[in-house]
Each structure stands twice: as structure tokens, then as C-alpha cells.
Design a protein around this ligand. Structure first.
Ligand code: PLP
Length: 420
């Protein structure tokens, strides 16, 4: 039997003593979630404004998703891919039809899906584009975040993601985000097999590129025969007001990379989608994962996506996102502590007038961190991404009334802070 933890202090002490110190959490210990709300072990209720980094777009413990989880868990959870199971094909068909692709490859974490996309792009580069063996280059963007594996951090420009973890994987070239001429220069290299990009750079601080940038990137990929590898792990599944952030510009990636809210935050499920000419470059035995495509994940994923469609969460994110940014613009007029708000749908960030935006990940500006503590005191949970940038991303099931209440909390907290 596990011990019952009844105080925040005890839980924090335990994690501190027995857990690796690879995160710097806000000092809040959560025990229950429902919809847009979280409760701590002392019984305090909070609005969740992080949504587990956009993994719980459907809200915490969505009854339909939990029902699908329990029903499938009673039947079959894991077979490995040594055998077929009766749910994987259904889930593959479901995601292919939902996103308009011919093939799907399920994995677990977002990082694994990105690793899968890298392997597909490289193999395609050698077998279809004719790049000389092991000379393929993937172009990535400065300030990207695609996960934490040693290959993925090899393409990172963030010192805190890299320092001490080399040697690094070769074959990546970095260019500035939102700079079309720089992109063209990089993609014109005939050894480039893929452009690996986030439609909005979430972890970096919700950087939204100029309108037309993604369309230009797609056009350049076509022109230079390069695969467009779109990491929609954080931006996908209705978060930005459309099913995919790429949809805002009518862009169709060659490799679509999804994770997080694909399971509504219930268990790790990720997927890469592509058409046959790309996906079938990988042959039996060349890639896989024991848990990838397990029947439990398959059942949960189908229900989680159906909830997004049935509850029209993209429309809600689009509509409420506009209201949210209007409220933040009004706040900016009342204080010089918040300098700007940016974002799309319900993926937004405010920038605090404090330490520079460019502090590495994990190193929050002191004021941004203290404002988040104040938010928590007033019943709302959020965290700085980089430096002085606070990401604000509630579950997409939030109502207009609740959103206004949250904007009131944000405003009250910031103004209380400004008075000091
Ligand atoms: N890609 C993007 C855009 C992300 O935001 C994240 C996580 O925040 C990842 C990849 C990594 O996903 P995971 O933590 O599931 O490996």
C-alpha cells in the first residue's frame, strides 16, 4: 500500500529527497483534477493555466476519455507489435482520416515521435532524394524545442538543454526562425532532406511567426524537394484555434508530428503521419517501440480526438483566445509590468518587464516567477517558460465566464505586484 500524503510539505520533501532534481516546480502539490480545475492536497482549488504543457486540452479526467481507458484496460492493454491487436488498425484509420494522410506510426512520447520523423526524413533522403549515404542534413530553427533525447538536443540552440550532454549528433543545421531568406539559403543545399519546424515556438516563449511564413516554408520545401516536418506536439489538437496550427495558413506538412493532447493527458501517445511514399521507406524491423501502438493508447486516442471534435474545442479556443488577448491588452494599458501579449487561440504568453526574454529554459526571471507564485495564491496555476515570459494555456473546455474570472485573477495578481 502506498502511504497517504496529506501535506504539500511532505510531498515536496519526498520528491526532493528521492527524486532527480531535473525540474523546478512551483511549490504546489496536486491531487485531483476535473475539467479546468486542479486541487492541491490541502483542498485549495486552482484554475489550470498550463494544461500539462497542452496535453490536457480536453480538460482533466474527461469522463468519456476515462471511460474509454477503463473499458479498454479491462480487455487488453499491451501485446507488443509482435502480434496484431484489434484496436491499432482502427486508431490508425481514425488519425489518417482525421488529418488527411495515408499512414500513421504510433509511438509514446513527443520526443520519440520526433526521433521517428528524423529517421523517416533521413531514410527518404537516401532512398528517394539520392543524398549520398550518411550526408543528409535536417534544417532546424533556433530556439526550437522538440524534446530531450541526445539526438534532439543536438539540434537545440538552448545552452541549458545541451551543456554537459555532448558529443552531439551531426547532420543538423540551424537557421533563425521567421526569416525566409535564411531558410531559402539553407534549403537550397541538395543534401537537405527535411525542414523540422514548430508552427509556433511554444517552449521558447510562444513565438508566433509572421503571417505567411509557414506557407513560404512549405513552398521552399516543394521547390527544393525537402520534407516539411511539422512538430505540432504543443500546437496541435485544437490548441491554437484550429485542429492544427498549420491549418491557419493552409499548410500540409509531409511529416506531421503529434503527441500530448492526442490522449487528453491520460497516457503517453504520439504519432507521425505521412503518405505512403514517405512512410514506407521504413521496413519491418527498422523502427519501433514495445508500447507504441498499444491497444490502450489506441482506444484512448480515438476517444480523445472525438471529444475535441464533438465539443468543438478548436472553435472555443479561437473565440476565447481573442477575448483573452483583448483582456491582456487592456491590462497592459494599466501597468508597465506586462509589456506584451502574443499567441494564437488559447496558446498565449505575456512578457514581464523584468529580466530579458533570452534567459535559458529553467531559469525564470525572478519577477515572472514571483508573479506565478502570486497567481497560485489567487487560485491560478501557470509557469514561466523562458526568463520573463509566462505561458498561459488553459484546457480548451474553459467557458467564457471562467476565462473572464481567470483574467480577473491575472489582472488582480499583476496589479497587486505592481504596487510593491
Ligand atoms: N515537441 C514540442 C513542440 C514540445 O512542446 C514538446 C514538449 O513540450 C516535445 C516535442 C516533447 O514531448 P515529450 O515531452 O512528450 O517528449
Amino acid at each position: 500500500m502506498t502511504e497517504l500524503i496529506t501535506t504539500s510539505k511532505k510531498a515536496i520533501e519526498l520528491e526532493d529527497q528521492y527524486g532527480a532534481h531535473n525540474y523546478h516546480p512551483l511549490p504546489v502539490v496536486l491531487t485531483k483534477g476535473e475539467g479546468v480545475f486542479l486541487w492541491d492536497v490541502e483542498g485549495r482549488r486552482y484554475y489550470d493555466f498550463l494544461s500539462a504543457y497542452s496535453a490536457v486540452n480536453q480538460g482533466h479526467c474527461h469522463p468519456r476519455i476515462i471511460h474509454a481507458l477503463i473499458e479498454q484496460a479491462k480487455e487488453l492493454t499491451l501485446t507488443s507489435r509482435a502480434f496484431y491487436n484489434d484496436k491499432l488498425g482502427l486508431a490508425e484509420k481514425y488519425v489518417c482520416e482525421t488529418f488527411g494522410y495515408q499512414k500513421a506510426l504510433f509511438m509514446n512520447s513527443g520526443a520519440e515521435a520526433n526521433e521517428t520523423a528524423i529517421k523517416l526524413a533521413r531514410k527518404w533522403g537516401y532512398t528517394k532524394k539520392g543524398i549520398p549515404e550518411y550526408e543528409a542534413v535536417i534544417v532546424a530553427l533556433r530556439k526550437n524545442f522538440h524534446g530531450r533525447t541526445t539526438t534532439i538536443i543536438s539540434a537545440s540552440s538552448d545552452p541549458s538543454a545541451r551543456k554537459g550532454f555532448g558529443p552531439f549528433m551531426p547532420g543538423f543545421e540551424l537557421v533563425d526562425y521567421d526569416n525566409v531568406p535564411a531558410l531559402e539559403k539553407a534549403l537550397s543545399n541538395p543534401k537537405v532532406c527535411g525542414l523540422w519546424i514548430e508552427p509556433i515556438q511554444g517552449e521558447a516563449g510562444v513565438y508566433v511567426p509572421a503571417d505567411g511564413y509557414l506557407k513560404a516554408a512549405e513552398k521552399l520545401c516543394r521547390q527544393y524537394n525537402v520534407l516539411l516536418m511539422m512538430d505540432e506536439i504543443q500546437t496541435g489538437i485544437a490548441r491554437t484555434g484550429k485542429m492544427l496550427a498549420s491549418d491557419h495558413e493552409g499548410v500540409r506538412p509531409d511529416l506531421l508530428i503529434l503527441g500530448k493532447a492526442l490522449s487528453g493527458g491520460v497516457l503517453p501517445v504520439s504519432v507521425v503521419l505521412a503518405d505512403d511514399d514517405i512512410m514506407l521507406v521504413i521496413k519491418p524491423g527498422e523502427h519501433g517501440s514495445t508500447f507504441g501502438g498499444n491497444p490502450l493508447a489506441a482506444a484512448v486516442c480515438m476517444e480523445a480526438l472525438q471529444v475535441v471534435k464533438d465539443e468543438r474545442l478548436a472553435d472555443n479556443a479561437e473565440r476565447l483566445g481573442k477575448i483573452f488577448r483583448e483582456r491582456m491588452h487592456a491590462l497592459i494599458k494599466k501597468t508597465n509590468l506586462v509589456t506584451l501579449v502574443r499567441g494564437k487561440g488559447l496558446l498565449n504568453a505575456i512578457v514581464i518587464n523584468d529580466t530579458p526574454e533570452s534567459l535559458p529554459a529553467g531559469q525564470a526571471g525572478q519577477t515572472a516567477w514571483n508573479i506565478c507564485l502570486k497567481f497560485a495564491e489567487n487560485g491560478l496555476l501557470a509557469k514561466p517558460t523562458h526568463g520573463n515570459i509566462i505561458r498561459l494555456a488553459p484546457p480548451l473546455v474553459i467557458t467564457e465566464e471562467q476565462l473572464h474570472e481567470c483574467c480577473d485573477i491575472i489582472e488582480k495578481s499583476v496589479l497587486e505586484f505592481s504596487k510593491r
